[in-house]
Design a protein around this ligand. Structure first.
Ligand code: NAD
Ligand code: UDP
Length: 311
């Protein structure tokens, strides 16, 4: 039987990924230190005999007894508030986590996929962002622990390919949203929905003209699995929604969808907050035959329904 390791598997994206892989009949080991992951996210998976959970930290060498033939490395907090909480830990998680999954992949002759990020492009000067763009990244700012950690992880992935022939693959994920986001993890979609459901002020940072491109989690997970299954393609490949909207438009959408009484308030823009972000996904379309199927209007409806059900 195929065995798959998902690090960060109790987090937002990881829990959906574990579920989808289990549905294909494979055995899944979910490894997580529960920093931003929750047992709630994976509670339904424990009933499946093919599911195993290990509470461990990727900064330590991985003591996985069972052979695994696929590894998805998602362990790393993704929300700016969470990754800036202990920035040194974030850099260690990115670098040492990548090193340890690569060592395990080398030992097991396993395929290994790194969940990299659009943050490797920093505050981009090229728009939309293509994979060959090398980015505009501050190496000493508050976001650097994450951005530079993810960049050096990509470097390690390519060096393990070149030196040891490890089948190491890289995806660059753009802003993703959906059920299983933490209510309080500080990302914009969960913040706005929770504020709207509680009739509290909607907090826009800056003037709301900055843009992002929001991908529904089910679409992203399909892209992640397609990348793992694609032979002779290492990436990096962008995965995200090519439709770009401003933060103000997102706030207005969520106000309309929830019917909230909340009013918008404006707060200071965080340091180094990227001004524009939109993926060029032509490589994903060409190599993986991957496209978005859930428009933002529908994905936001589903996400609001999830947060309402927990309210
Ligand atoms: P998340 O915070 O919900 O999930 C991360 C998971 O990793 C959590 O379960 C957390 O407990 C675990 N983790 C953190 N540090 C760990 C460590 N040292 N050892 C073991 N486990 C650890 O975030 P997410 O949105 O699900 O993101 C998953 C991955 O995708 C991350 O690597 C992130 O950088 C990447 N990504 C996400 C987005 C997005 O929009 N969600 C965008 C770009 C990249
Ligand atoms: N943002 C906002 N209000 C919030 C949370 C975030 O205006 O309550 C903005 C943030 O400044 C950024 C965008 O929304 O411009 C996306 O932020 P998020 O933290 O979700 O992800 P990022 O893409 O910045 O990593």
């Amino acid at each position: 039987m195929n065995k798959t390791l998902v690090t960060g598997g109790a987090g937002f994206i990881g829990s959906h990924l574990c579920k989808k892989i289990l549905e294909s009949g494979k055995k899944v080991i979910c490894l997580d230190n529960m920093f931003t992951g929750t047992y709630d996210n994976i509670s339904e998976l424990f009933a499946d005999p093919n599911f195993e959970f290990i509470n461990a930290d990727v900064i330590h060498p991985l003591q996985i007894q069972m052979d695994v033939n696929e590894i998805y490395n998602l362990a790393c907090p993704a929300s700016p508030i969470q990754y800036q909480y202990d920035p040194i830990m974030t850099t260690k998680t990115s670098f040492l986590g990548a090193l340890h999954v690569l060592e395990l992949a080398k030992k097991n002759h396993a395929k290994v996929l790194q969940a990299s990020t659009s943050e490797v492009y920093g505050d981009p000067l090229i728009h939309p962002q293509k994979e060959d763009y090398r980015g505009n990244v501050n190496m000493i700012g508050p976001r650097s622990c994450y951005d530079e950690g993810k960049r050096v992880a990509e470097t390690l992935f390519y060096d393990y390919r070149r030196l040891y022939g490890v089948d190491a693959k890289i995806i660059r994920i753009f802003n993703t949203y959906g059920p299983h986001m933490l209510e309080k993890d500080g990302r914009v979609v969960s913040n706005f929905i929770m504020q709207a459901l509680n009739n509290k002020p909607i907090t826009i940072y800056g003037d709301g003209s900055q843009t992002r491109s929001f991908c529904y989690v089910d679409d992203l997970v399909n892209g992640i699995i397609a990348m793992m299954e694609k032979e002779d393609f290492a990436g990096p490949v962008n995965l995200g929604n090519p439709q770009e909207i401003t933060v103000l438009e997102l706030a207005e959408l969520i106000i309309r969808k929830t019917g909230t009484k909340s009013k918008i308030i404006y707060k200071d823009l965080p340091v180094d907050d990227p001004v524009r972000r939109r993926p060029d996904v032509s490589l994903a379309v060409q190599k993986l035959n991957w496209t978005i199927t859930v428009p933002i209007e529908e994905g936001i409806d589903r996400t609001i329904a999830y947060f309402r059900s927990r309210h």
